[in-house]
Design a protein around this ligand. Structure first.
Ligand code: GLU
Length: 300
C-alpha cells in the first residue's frame, strides 16, 4: 500500500442497515480496520441508511454488536446518512445549477414499456454493471413547459444525471480524461491508474423519488466530508467508482485512493447476499463460532 505523503490515512466501513451482517461484511469491515491499523490511520464506521423503507433500527443495533464482537473499534460519533440529507441536497443543487441533471418522471413500467417498444428483446437490451437495464432516455428531452406541467400535476420524479454531458464537463474541469488510483484490484485485474467509464451506467439516478439523494451521491459527498483518504470496499463496487470520481470532479471534492478487495463466495461460488442467512454472523455466533474462526473464514 502506497504511503500518503505523511498525512494521516482515514478509512471507513459503510454498511447499510437493511439486513443482518454476513461473512461478506465481516471481510470488508476487517479489511478496512486492519488496513487502517497497518497504516497507523483512523477507522470510521458510517451507517448508509438513506433507504428509509428498507433500513431498520434493529439491523443498525446489530451492526454495532456484531462489529464489536469481531473485535473492531471505531470513532464516535458515527455518521448516519439519514441525518444529513441537507448535505446531499446541496450537492444536488450544484449539479442542477450546472445543468447536468434532469427530472425523470418515469415509472418502472414506463421504462419496461419503452424498452419493449423498441422491439429489442429485453435480454438483449444493454445493462449497467449492476445488471439494471440502461435508461432509455424517457423525459430527457421534454420541453420546459411539459416538465412544469408534470410537476404541477404532482407527478413524482427522480433526478437523473445526463452522464455524457457530466463526463464532458468533468473532463473540461480536470483538463484531462478522468482516472482514479486503484491500490487493490478490480474484478478484471484493473490496478494502478484506471480510466473512468461512467457511460456504462447510462443516465443514473442521482436523487431518488423518495429521498433527495442516491447511493452514488451520498457516498461521494460523505467520503469527502469525512476526509476519507483510502476507500476500501468489495470488487462489486469497482465500476461505481467511475461515477464517484466524476462526481468528485464536478463537485470540487478531493480525490481519495481506492482499494477494492475480493468478494467472499459461498460453496457454490455464488456471491454472498443479504439473503444468504447461513453465512450470517449471528447464526455463526449462535453455532459456536468465535471471532478468530470468522477471521480464518474470511482469510485474515
Ligand atoms: N453501503 C454500501 C453497501 O453496504 C457500501 C458503500 C461503499 O463502501 O462504498 O454495499
Amino acid at each position: 500500500m502506497q504511503e500518503n505523503e505523511g498525512r494521516m490515512e482515514v478509512l471507513r466501513f459503510a454498511p447499510s442497515p437493511n439486513g443482518w451482517l454476513h461473512l461478506g461484511h465481516a471481510c470488508s469491515a476487517l479489511f478496512a480496520w486492519e488496513t487502517a491499523r497497518a497504516l497507523n490511520g483512523r477507522f470510521l464506521l458510517r451507517i448508509e441508511d438513506i433507504d428509509i423503507g428498507r433500513c431498520r433500527p434493529e439491523y443498525e443495533t446489530a451492526i454495532y454488536e456484531d462489529l464489536a464482537w469481531l473485535g473492531l473499534d471505531w470513532e464516535q460519533p458515527v455518521r448516519r446518512q439519514s441525518e444529513h440529507f441537507a448535505d446531499y441536497e446541496a450537492a444536488l443543487k450544484r449539479l442542477r445549477d450546472m445543468d447536468l441533471v434532469y427530472p425523470c418522471f418515469a415509472t418502472r413500467k414506463e421504462i419496461a414499456d419503452a424498452i419493449a417498444a423498441t422491439g429489442i428483446p429485453p435480454r438483449n437490451w444493454p445493462a449497467d454493471p449492476d445488471g439494471a437495464p440502461l435508461y432509455p432516455g424517457l423525459y430527457k428531452d421534454i420541453s420546459p413547459a411539459e416538465r412544469s406541467r408534470l410537476m404541477w400535476e404532482g407527478r413524482s420524479y427522480a433526478w437523473r444525471l445526463d452522464t455524457a454531458r457530466a463526463l464532458a464537463k468533468a473532463e473540461e474541469i480536470a483538463g484531462a480524461p478522468l482516472t482514479f488510483i486503484e491500490d487493490g484490484e478490480g474484478p478484471n485485474g484493473e490496478t494502478g491508474r484506471c480510466a473512468v467509464r461512467p457511460a456504462l451506467f447510462g443516465d443514473v439516478v442521482i436523487a431518488r423519488k423518495d429521498v433527495p439523494t442516491s447511493y452514488h451521491l451520498a457516498v461521494t459527498v460523505d467520503d469527502a466530508i469525512q476526509g476519507i483518504t483510502l476507500v476500501t470496499r468489495g470488487q462489486d463496487l469497482f465500476p461505481a467508482t467511475y461515477i464517484h470520481r466524476m462526481l468528485q470532479v464536478l463537485l470540487g471534492l478531493h480525490e481519495p485512493r481506492y482499494c477494492h478487495h475480493r468478494l467472499i463466495r459461498d460453496t457454490t461460488g455464488r456471491r454472498l447476499s443479504k439473503s444468504a442467512g447461513d453465512m450470517g454472523l449471528r447464526e455463526l455466533r449462535a453455532a459456536g463460532k468465535t471471532p478468530a474462526d470468522i477471521r480464518r473464514m474470511v482469510g485474515f
